[in-house]
Design a protein around this ligand. Structure first.
Ligand SMILES: *[C@@H]1O[C@H](CO)[C@@H](O)[C@H](O)[C@H]1NC(C)=O
Ligand SMILES: *[C@@H]1O[C@H](CO)[C@@H](O)[C@H](O)[C@H]1NC(C)=O
Ligand SMILES: *[C@@H]1O[C@H](CO)[C@@H](O)[C@H](O)[C@H]1NC(C)=O
Length: 297
Protein backbone atom coordinates (compact mmCIF):
# COMPACT_ATOMS: atom_id res chain seq x y z
CA UNK A 1 0.00 0.00 0.00
CA UNK A 2 2.73 2.37 0.99
CA UNK A 3 4.68 1.46 -2.15
CA UNK A 4 1.68 2.18 -4.34
CA UNK A 5 1.18 5.53 -2.65
CA UNK A 6 4.83 6.36 -3.30
CA UNK A 7 4.53 5.36 -6.91
CA UNK A 8 1.44 7.47 -7.39
CA UNK A 9 3.18 10.36 -5.72
CA UNK A 10 6.27 9.97 -7.88
CA UNK A 11 4.15 9.80 -11.01
CA UNK A 12 2.16 12.84 -10.00
CA UNK A 13 5.27 14.87 -9.31
CA UNK A 14 6.95 13.88 -12.55
CA UNK A 15 3.77 14.81 -14.41
CA UNK A 16 3.61 18.15 -12.70
CA UNK A 17 7.22 18.79 -13.66
CA UNK A 18 6.48 18.25 -17.36
CA UNK A 19 3.27 20.26 -17.12
CA UNK A 20 5.08 23.11 -15.42
CA UNK A 21 7.14 23.92 -18.49
CA UNK A 22 5.18 26.48 -20.46
CA UNK A 23 5.09 25.67 -24.19
CA UNK A 24 6.93 27.95 -26.58
CA UNK A 25 5.93 29.38 -29.94
CA UNK A 26 8.73 30.55 -32.27
CA UNK A 27 8.28 32.84 -35.27
CA UNK A 28 11.22 33.09 -37.64
CA UNK A 29 12.55 36.16 -39.42
CA UNK A 30 12.90 37.31 -43.02
CA UNK A 31 14.77 34.94 -45.32
CA UNK A 32 14.47 32.15 -42.77
CA UNK A 33 12.03 29.31 -42.20
CA UNK A 34 10.47 27.41 -39.33
CA UNK A 35 12.88 24.55 -39.34
CA UNK A 36 16.21 25.43 -40.84
CA UNK A 37 18.62 23.18 -38.89
CA UNK A 38 21.16 26.01 -38.70
CA UNK A 39 18.77 28.60 -37.27
CA UNK A 40 15.36 27.93 -35.72
CA UNK A 41 15.84 24.17 -35.83
CA UNK A 42 18.91 24.63 -33.63
CA UNK A 43 17.05 26.99 -31.27
CA UNK A 44 14.24 24.45 -30.94
CA UNK A 45 16.71 21.66 -30.11
CA UNK A 46 18.47 23.85 -27.55
CA UNK A 47 15.16 24.72 -25.85
CA UNK A 48 14.15 21.06 -25.77
CA UNK A 49 17.46 20.17 -24.19
CA UNK A 50 17.41 22.91 -21.58
CA UNK A 51 13.72 22.59 -20.73
CA UNK A 52 13.02 18.85 -20.68
CA UNK A 53 9.49 18.04 -21.80
CA UNK A 54 8.81 21.46 -23.29
CA UNK A 55 6.54 21.65 -26.33
CA UNK A 56 7.91 23.96 -29.03
CA UNK A 57 5.86 25.04 -32.03
CA UNK A 58 7.80 26.85 -34.76
CA UNK A 59 5.53 28.78 -37.09
CA UNK A 60 5.56 27.71 -40.75
CA UNK A 61 3.64 29.74 -43.33
CA UNK A 62 2.96 27.62 -46.40
CA UNK A 63 3.35 23.95 -47.07
CA UNK A 64 7.12 23.62 -47.05
CA UNK A 65 10.36 25.46 -46.28
CA UNK A 66 10.60 27.11 -49.72
CA UNK A 67 7.07 28.53 -49.43
CA UNK A 68 7.76 29.51 -45.82
CA UNK A 69 10.77 31.60 -46.92
CA UNK A 70 8.90 33.19 -49.84
CA UNK A 71 5.98 34.06 -47.56
CA UNK A 72 8.40 36.07 -45.42
CA UNK A 73 8.54 38.53 -48.33
CA UNK A 74 5.58 38.27 -50.68
CA UNK A 75 2.55 37.96 -48.48
CA UNK A 76 0.21 39.74 -46.10
CA UNK A 77 1.16 39.96 -42.43
CA UNK A 78 -2.45 40.42 -41.28
CA UNK A 79 -3.48 37.19 -42.95
CA UNK A 80 -0.50 35.37 -41.49
CA UNK A 81 -1.31 36.52 -37.96
CA UNK A 82 -4.92 35.42 -38.40
CA UNK A 83 -3.80 32.05 -39.73
CA UNK A 84 -1.38 31.49 -36.85
CA UNK A 85 -4.13 32.51 -34.42
CA UNK A 86 -6.34 29.71 -35.81
CA UNK A 87 -3.46 27.24 -35.65
CA UNK A 88 -2.57 27.89 -32.03
CA UNK A 89 -6.23 27.92 -30.97
CA UNK A 90 -6.64 24.48 -32.51
CA UNK A 91 -3.52 23.09 -30.82
CA UNK A 92 -4.51 21.29 -27.59
CA UNK A 93 -0.94 21.51 -26.30
CA UNK A 94 -1.14 25.31 -26.27
CA UNK A 95 -4.53 25.72 -24.65
CA UNK A 96 -3.10 26.52 -21.22
CA UNK A 97 -1.00 29.36 -22.60
CA UNK A 98 2.47 29.76 -24.02
CA UNK A 99 5.62 31.86 -24.14
CA UNK A 100 6.83 33.14 -27.45
CA UNK A 101 10.06 34.16 -29.12
CA UNK A 102 10.05 36.19 -32.30
CA UNK A 103 13.11 36.67 -34.44
CA UNK A 104 13.39 39.93 -36.34
CA UNK A 105 10.09 40.57 -38.22
CA UNK A 106 8.65 37.47 -36.52
CA UNK A 107 8.69 39.51 -33.30
CA UNK A 108 6.29 42.16 -34.55
CA UNK A 109 4.04 39.40 -35.93
CA UNK A 110 3.92 37.80 -32.48
CA UNK A 111 3.08 41.16 -30.94
CA UNK A 112 0.18 41.45 -33.38
CA UNK A 113 -0.81 37.96 -32.31
CA UNK A 114 -0.98 38.80 -28.59
CA UNK A 115 -2.89 42.00 -29.35
CA UNK A 116 -5.43 40.41 -31.70
CA UNK A 117 -5.62 36.85 -30.48
CA UNK A 118 -5.70 36.79 -26.67
CA UNK A 119 -6.74 33.14 -26.35
CA UNK A 120 -4.88 31.02 -25.56
CA UNK A 121 -2.91 33.53 -23.49
CA UNK A 122 0.66 34.49 -24.31
CA UNK A 123 2.70 34.79 -21.09
CA UNK A 124 6.05 36.29 -22.09
CA UNK A 125 6.95 37.74 -25.45
CA UNK A 126 10.65 37.77 -26.27
CA UNK A 127 11.50 39.96 -29.24
CA UNK A 128 14.94 39.23 -30.68
CA UNK A 129 15.81 42.16 -32.94
CA UNK A 130 12.15 42.88 -33.81
CA UNK A 131 11.23 46.21 -35.44
CA UNK A 132 8.37 47.47 -33.32
CA UNK A 133 8.21 50.92 -34.84
CA UNK A 134 8.95 49.58 -38.29
CA UNK A 135 11.96 50.35 -40.48
CA UNK A 136 13.05 53.11 -42.80
CA UNK A 137 15.63 51.41 -44.95
CA UNK A 138 16.45 48.00 -46.37
CA UNK A 139 20.25 47.91 -46.19
CA UNK A 140 20.72 44.17 -46.45
CA UNK A 141 18.65 41.21 -47.39
CA UNK A 142 19.44 37.92 -45.69
CA UNK A 143 19.34 34.55 -47.35
CA UNK A 144 20.81 33.60 -50.67
CA UNK A 145 17.97 34.31 -53.07
CA UNK A 146 19.22 37.39 -54.94
CA UNK A 147 16.25 37.36 -57.36
CA UNK A 148 13.82 37.65 -54.50
CA UNK A 149 15.86 40.39 -52.80
CA UNK A 150 16.11 42.47 -55.95
CA UNK A 151 12.38 42.15 -56.45
CA UNK A 152 11.73 43.37 -52.90
CA UNK A 153 13.95 46.40 -53.53
CA UNK A 154 12.16 47.17 -56.81
CA UNK A 155 8.81 47.06 -55.04
CA UNK A 156 10.00 49.29 -52.19
CA UNK A 157 11.36 51.73 -54.77
CA UNK A 158 7.92 51.89 -56.38
CA UNK A 159 6.66 53.09 -53.00
CA UNK A 160 5.87 51.17 -49.84
CA UNK A 161 2.46 52.82 -49.54
CA UNK A 162 1.37 52.17 -53.14
CA UNK A 163 -1.58 49.90 -52.51
CA UNK A 164 -0.37 46.97 -54.62
CA UNK A 165 3.00 47.00 -52.83
CA UNK A 166 1.51 47.58 -49.38
CA UNK A 167 -0.88 44.68 -49.69
CA UNK A 168 1.59 42.17 -51.05
CA UNK A 169 5.00 42.92 -49.61
CA UNK A 170 5.67 42.11 -45.95
CA UNK A 171 8.54 44.63 -45.64
CA UNK A 172 6.24 47.41 -46.93
CA UNK A 173 3.76 46.53 -44.20
CA UNK A 174 6.25 47.62 -41.54
CA UNK A 175 7.76 50.45 -43.58
CA UNK A 176 7.65 53.60 -41.48
CA UNK A 177 8.50 56.78 -43.36
CA UNK A 178 9.25 59.52 -40.80
CA UNK A 179 9.18 62.14 -43.57
CA UNK A 180 5.57 61.22 -44.35
CA UNK A 181 4.08 60.31 -40.98
CA UNK A 182 0.54 61.13 -42.11
CA UNK A 183 0.74 58.90 -45.16
CA UNK A 184 2.27 56.15 -43.00
CA UNK A 185 -0.55 56.35 -40.48
CA UNK A 186 -3.18 56.31 -43.20
CA UNK A 187 -1.77 53.63 -45.45
CA UNK A 188 0.30 51.17 -43.43
CA UNK A 189 -1.98 48.15 -43.09
CA UNK A 190 0.08 46.43 -40.43
CA UNK A 191 2.58 48.25 -38.19
CA UNK A 192 0.59 51.49 -37.95
CA UNK A 193 -2.47 49.44 -37.09
CA UNK A 194 -0.88 47.37 -34.33
CA UNK A 195 0.77 50.52 -32.93
CA UNK A 196 -2.60 52.29 -32.68
CA UNK A 197 -1.23 55.14 -34.79
CA UNK A 198 -4.41 56.28 -36.53
CA UNK A 199 -7.05 55.10 -34.10
CA UNK A 200 -6.76 53.56 -30.68
CA UNK A 201 -7.99 50.00 -30.49
CA UNK A 202 -8.43 49.53 -26.76
CA UNK A 203 -8.37 45.78 -26.97
CA UNK A 204 -4.85 45.94 -28.45
CA UNK A 205 -3.61 47.82 -25.39
CA UNK A 206 -5.56 45.65 -22.97
CA UNK A 207 -4.35 42.42 -24.55
CA UNK A 208 -0.73 43.54 -24.71
CA UNK A 209 -0.83 44.33 -21.01
CA UNK A 210 -1.77 40.77 -20.16
CA UNK A 211 1.85 39.83 -20.89
CA UNK A 212 4.02 39.14 -17.88
CA UNK A 213 7.00 40.57 -19.73
CA UNK A 214 7.71 42.13 -23.09
CA UNK A 215 11.41 41.46 -23.54
CA UNK A 216 13.01 43.63 -26.21
CA UNK A 217 16.47 42.62 -27.41
CA UNK A 218 18.43 45.18 -29.40
CA UNK A 219 21.66 44.37 -31.25
CA UNK A 220 24.20 47.11 -30.63
CA UNK A 221 25.94 46.69 -34.02
CA UNK A 222 22.88 45.82 -36.05
CA UNK A 223 23.56 46.59 -39.73
CA UNK A 224 20.16 45.44 -41.01
CA UNK A 225 17.63 47.38 -39.01
CA UNK A 226 17.23 51.13 -39.60
CA UNK A 227 16.97 52.60 -37.06
CA UNK A 228 18.26 50.07 -34.52
CA UNK A 229 16.27 51.78 -31.79
CA UNK A 230 13.10 50.32 -33.35
CA UNK A 231 14.14 47.08 -31.62
CA UNK A 232 13.47 48.94 -28.34
CA UNK A 233 10.33 50.63 -29.71
CA UNK A 234 12.11 53.90 -30.48
CA UNK A 235 12.07 55.71 -33.82
CA UNK A 236 13.07 58.82 -35.74
CA UNK A 237 11.56 62.02 -34.50
CA UNK A 238 8.75 62.77 -37.00
CA UNK A 239 9.67 64.94 -39.97
CA UNK A 240 13.30 63.89 -40.39
CA UNK A 241 15.52 60.82 -40.43
CA UNK A 242 18.53 61.77 -38.28
CA UNK A 243 17.48 62.18 -34.67
CA UNK A 244 16.25 59.00 -33.09
CA UNK A 245 13.93 59.17 -30.11
CA UNK A 246 14.00 56.47 -27.46
CA UNK A 247 10.59 54.94 -26.70
CA UNK A 248 9.97 57.09 -23.63
CA UNK A 249 10.29 60.25 -25.74
CA UNK A 250 7.82 59.17 -28.43
CA UNK A 251 4.16 60.17 -28.53
CA UNK A 252 3.31 56.47 -28.72
CA UNK A 253 4.57 56.34 -25.14
CA UNK A 254 3.69 59.75 -23.75
CA UNK A 255 0.09 59.48 -25.03
CA UNK A 256 0.12 55.85 -23.94
CA UNK A 257 -1.77 54.77 -27.03
CA UNK A 258 -0.71 51.16 -26.64
CA UNK A 259 -0.39 50.78 -22.89
CA UNK A 260 3.41 50.77 -23.04
CA UNK A 261 3.74 53.48 -20.42
CA UNK A 262 1.55 51.47 -18.07
CA UNK A 263 3.57 48.33 -18.80
CA UNK A 264 6.78 50.23 -18.13
CA UNK A 265 5.43 51.46 -14.81
CA UNK A 266 4.54 47.87 -13.94
CA UNK A 267 8.11 46.75 -14.73
CA UNK A 268 6.97 44.60 -17.66
CA UNK A 269 9.18 46.14 -20.33
CA UNK A 270 12.64 44.61 -20.38
CA UNK A 271 15.27 46.28 -22.53
CA UNK A 272 18.17 43.95 -23.29
CA UNK A 273 21.24 44.98 -25.28
CA UNK A 274 23.26 42.37 -27.08
CA UNK A 275 26.69 42.94 -28.60
CA UNK A 276 26.91 42.09 -32.27
CA UNK A 277 25.10 42.34 -35.58
CA UNK A 278 21.50 41.37 -36.32
CA UNK A 279 20.50 38.15 -34.53
CA UNK A 280 24.12 37.39 -33.61
CA UNK A 281 24.08 35.89 -30.13
CA UNK A 282 25.74 32.95 -28.46
CA UNK A 283 24.02 29.98 -26.86
CA UNK A 284 25.39 31.09 -23.50
CA UNK A 285 23.93 34.56 -23.86
CA UNK A 286 20.57 33.11 -24.89
CA UNK A 287 20.51 30.67 -21.97
CA UNK A 288 21.46 33.26 -19.34
CA UNK A 289 19.37 36.15 -20.59
CA UNK A 290 16.32 34.52 -22.15
CA UNK A 291 15.82 30.89 -21.18
CA UNK A 292 16.56 31.12 -17.45
CA UNK A 293 14.70 34.31 -16.60
CA UNK A 294 11.70 34.04 -18.94
CA UNK A 295 11.12 30.51 -20.17
CA UNK A 296 11.91 28.25 -17.25
CA UNK A 297 8.49 27.99 -15.65
C1 LIG B 1 -9.69 46.01 -32.56
O1 LIG B 1 -8.98 44.93 -33.12
C2 LIG B 1 -9.73 43.73 -33.21
C3 LIG B 1 -8.78 42.65 -33.69
O2 LIG B 1 -8.14 43.01 -34.86
C4 LIG B 1 -10.89 43.93 -34.14
O3 LIG B 1 -11.66 42.75 -34.23
C5 LIG B 1 -11.76 45.06 -33.62
O4 LIG B 1 -12.78 45.34 -34.53
C6 LIG B 1 -10.92 46.32 -33.41
N1 LIG B 1 -11.70 47.32 -32.73
C7 LIG B 1 -11.80 48.55 -33.17
C8 LIG B 1 -12.60 49.46 -32.32
O5 LIG B 1 -11.27 48.93 -34.20
C1 LIG C 1 14.18 32.63 -55.58
O1 LIG C 1 12.89 33.19 -55.43
C2 LIG C 1 12.11 33.17 -56.61
C3 LIG C 1 10.84 33.96 -56.34
O2 LIG C 1 10.19 33.48 -55.20
C4 LIG C 1 11.86 31.72 -56.98
O3 LIG C 1 11.09 31.66 -58.16
C5 LIG C 1 13.18 31.01 -57.20
O4 LIG C 1 12.96 29.65 -57.42
C6 LIG C 1 14.07 31.17 -55.97
N1 LIG C 1 15.41 30.64 -56.24
C7 LIG C 1 16.01 29.80 -55.44
C8 LIG C 1 17.40 29.40 -55.84
O5 LIG C 1 15.49 29.37 -54.39
C1 LIG D 1 14.17 62.46 -24.05
O1 LIG D 1 13.52 63.01 -22.92
C2 LIG D 1 14.39 63.34 -21.87
C3 LIG D 1 13.54 63.75 -20.66
O2 LIG D 1 12.52 64.61 -21.05
C4 LIG D 1 15.34 64.44 -22.33
O3 LIG D 1 16.23 64.77 -21.31
C5 LIG D 1 16.10 63.93 -23.53
O4 LIG D 1 16.92 64.96 -24.06
C6 LIG D 1 15.16 63.44 -24.63
N1 LIG D 1 15.94 62.81 -25.68
C7 LIG D 1 15.77 63.09 -26.97
C8 LIG D 1 16.64 62.38 -27.95
O5 LIG D 1 14.95 63.90 -27.35
Amino acid sequence: MRLIACLVLALASSLSITEAVTPIVLWHGMGDSCCNPLSLGAIKRMLEKQLPGVYVYSVQIGNNMVEDIENGFLSNANKQVEQVCQTIRADPKLKGGYNSIGFSQGAQFLRALVQRCPNPPMRNLVSIGGQHQGVYGFPRCPGTNVTLCNYVRELLNLGAYVSFVQNNLIQAQYWHDPLNEEEYKQKSIFIADINNELTVNRSYAANLQTLKNLVLVKFLSDSMVQPRESEWFGFYQPGQDKTVLPLRNTTLYTQDRLGLKAMDAAGKLKFLACEGDHLQFTDTWFTQNIVKPYLSN
